[in-house]
Design a protein around this ligand. Structure first.
Ligand SMILES: [Zn+2]
Ligand SMILES: [Zn+2]
Length: 142
C-alpha cells in the first residue's frame, strides 16, 4: 500500500495517509472560496482510519453550511493557520485532506467538480472531469 505525507506551511503539523482516497474533488462553492481565499478547494477524502496525524495538534473551527445547515469542521495548524484537514456531517466516516498540503500535491487527481454554479467565470473544466451544479460529494452509498 502506498503512503503519502504532507503538512501545514510551517511544519508544526504533519500527517501520513495510507492508500488511495475514496474520492477526490474540486469544490467551487462560496464556502470553499472563502475558506481558501482562492477560487476553489481541493479535497482528497479518505476513510478516517487511513489518516494518521504524525506531528503537532490541530485546532477545530466548525462552520454551518448556509445551504444545508449541516456542520463542516475545519482543522487547522494553530501556528500558521493552514487548514490541513476537515470532516463533514454529510460524509460520515470520511476525512478530507486539503489537496495542496501534500508534499507532492500532484498525486491527487480530482475528477469531480462540485458547485460549478458558483465557479469563477474564468475557470474552465478540464477534459474528462465531471461537473455538478451543486454538491459533488453526496455519499455513494457504497
Ligand atoms: Zn503550521
Ligand atoms: Zn466547497
Amino acid at each position: 500500500m502506498e503512503n503519502h505525507e504532507g503538512g501545514c506551511l510551517c511544519g508544526a503539523v504533519r500527517y501520513r495517509v495510507h492508500g488511495e482516497p475514496a474520492r477526490s474533488s474540486v469544490c467551487h462553492c462560496t464556502y470553499c472560496q472563502k475558506r481558501t481565499g482562492s477560487a476553489f478547494g481541493i479535497g482528497a477524502y479518505f476513510r478516517a482510519e487511513q489518516v494518521e496525524l504524525t506531528r503537532g495538534r490541530l485546532t477545530v473551527y466548525e462552520h454551518r453550511s448556509d445551504e444545508s445547515g449541516r456542520w463542516l469542521r475545519n482543522e487547522f495548524c494553530p501556528v500558521c493557520g493552514v487548514i490541513v484537514t476537515w470532516t463533514a456531517e454529510a460524509l460520515p466516516g470520511l476525512r478530507a485532506i486539503a489537496g495542496g498540503t501534500f508534499d507532492d500535491p500532484k498525486w491527487i487527481r480530482p475528477d469531480r467538480h462540485g458547485w460549478t454554479r458558483s465557479a469563477h467565470p474564468w475557470v474552465a473544466m478540464p477534459p474528462g472531469a465531471q461537473g455538478f451544479e451543486k454538491s459533488a460529494m453526496l455519499p455513494t452509498g457504497s
